[in-house]
Design a protein around this ligand. Structure first.
Ligand SMILES: CC(C)(COP(=O)(O)OP(=O)(O)OC[C@H]1O[C@@H](n2cnc3c(N)ncnc32)[C@H](O)[C@@H]1OP(=O)(O)O)[C@@H](O)C(=O)NCCC(=O)NCCS
Length: 336
């Protein structure tokens, strides 16, 4: 049963009909999700895997393969082009042509190279791969939109059709203040992309100096850096607001906000929550998902030149459908 939020995402994805590559064609959940999103005519899907096995699966279920391409990287006429592309991009990092030939056959690398070559707009993997294996090719090949800014991830948490952005739930284990600042800015942009108010709170166990500690100081300095960065022309007119350090109750509850941070533009109205480290963020979103029944979509990478996203290995078919739609929306550069 698809939620209203998920249906809304699929409708939005339909408007731009992007091409998304799914490298895990061996997984039935991927094949089912590809079928649902293709039937909705929301995304052009490319599945990497064994053509005859995938065709058999679709035939057995009585599903059409119209709108779906299947590529077995080993047999692809583009393999040599992608290998050379990888070699050229990474030779200065010590990659040999022999290594590039092996790596291009790794389906996550192959899918990422398809994006770099302009043959796909985004990629979704991770149903059977670790986060590191899914995101490493993207970090090496697609790269950060700004050379000096780190890539991070966001999870969209949805309850009663109200969506929040949580960051960073998957990549940066113990962020520096600069990484927290980059994360806050990127998460503000992610919120804009998905129609969420870009009110960004950098969370802590302290609000406005109520608690002491190195972690609190780090979050406060990161907030100052991010507020300063908001003065850059690239953020003009976007409406991103950033504040911190603050506790989660001050960030989300208007009554508490009035007491703890009455002068804040963000407190009580935060929709984007930046956690001080990966442990807090990852544990936090999974608790809300399991105890409170929030829908969780992500991790979505933010700050990359093209979207490559990571599935949780426990992802259900509906989650994968949502993630394909989100990846397609991220790929649409006409959306903020
Ligand atoms: C993401 C991760 C895999 C990258 O680590 P890694 O594979 O060791 O990668 P490296 O440090 O060798 O970096 C590879 C490239 O990515 C770049 N990179 C790594 N992290 C980056 C980031 N956050 N932003 C931008 N670029 C980054 C590096 O600069 C490097 O680029 P280069 O090779 O062109 O110089 C690592 O941070 C990680 O394992 N994070 C935790 C993942 C996890 O377990 N999550 C929990 C599950 S949800």
């Amino acid at each position: 049963m698809l939620s209203n939020y998920l249906k809304g995402l699929i409708e939005r994805a339909k408007k731009n009909y992007k091409t998304i590559v799914l490298p895990e064609g061996e997984d039935e959940r991927i094949l089912q999700a590809a079928h649902i999103i293709t039937e909705a005519k929301a995304v052009k899907v490319i599945i990497l895997g064994d053509e005859s096995e995938i065709k058999d699966y679709y035939t057995k279920n009585g599903w059409s393969l119209d709108g779906i391409s299947i590529i077995k990287p080993e047999n692809s006429p583009k393999l040599e082009e992608y290998t050379n592309l990888l070699y050229e991009l990474r030779k200065e990092k010590g990659l040999t042509l022999e290594d590039a030939k092996k790596l291009a056959l790794n389906y996550n690398y192959f899918g990422t190279l398809m994006i770099k070559a302009g043959d796909a707009d985004g990629m979704l993997s991770g149903a059977n791969h670790s986060t590191a294996d899914t995101v490493r090719p993207a970090l090496q090949i697609i790269k950060s939109t700004h050379k000096d800014r780190s890539v991070s991830t966001a999870v969209l948490l949805v309850k009663d059709d109200q969506a929040y952005v949580f960051s960073d739930c998957a990549i940066i284990i113990d962020p520096t203040e600069k990484e927290l600042c980059d994360m806050a800015l990127a998460a503000g942009e992610t919120a804009l992309k998905f129609g969420i108010e870009p009110n960004v709170a950098l969370l802590s166990y302290s609000t406005r100096g109520s608690g002491k500690g190195e972690g609190v100081d780090k979050v406060r300095r990161a907030t100052e850096m991010a507020k300063e960065a908001l003065k850059l022309p690239e953020y003009a007119g976007k409406g991103i607001k950033i504040d911190g350090e603050m506790q989660a109750d001050a960030a989300l509850d208007a009554v508490v906000a009035k007491k703890k941070a009455p002068d804040s533009e963000v407190a009580g109205k935060a929709r984007v929550l930046i956690f001080p480290d990966l442990e807090a963020a990852n544990i936090g979103y999974k608790l809300l998902q399991r105890i409170c029944g929030c829908e969780a979509y992500g991790p979505l990478m933010q700050g990359l030149n093209a979207p490559v996203n990571d599935l949780s290995r426990g992802a259900l078919v509906e989650d994968i459908v949502g993630m394909i739609a989100l990846t397609a929306i991220q790929a649409d550069s006409s959306v903020n």
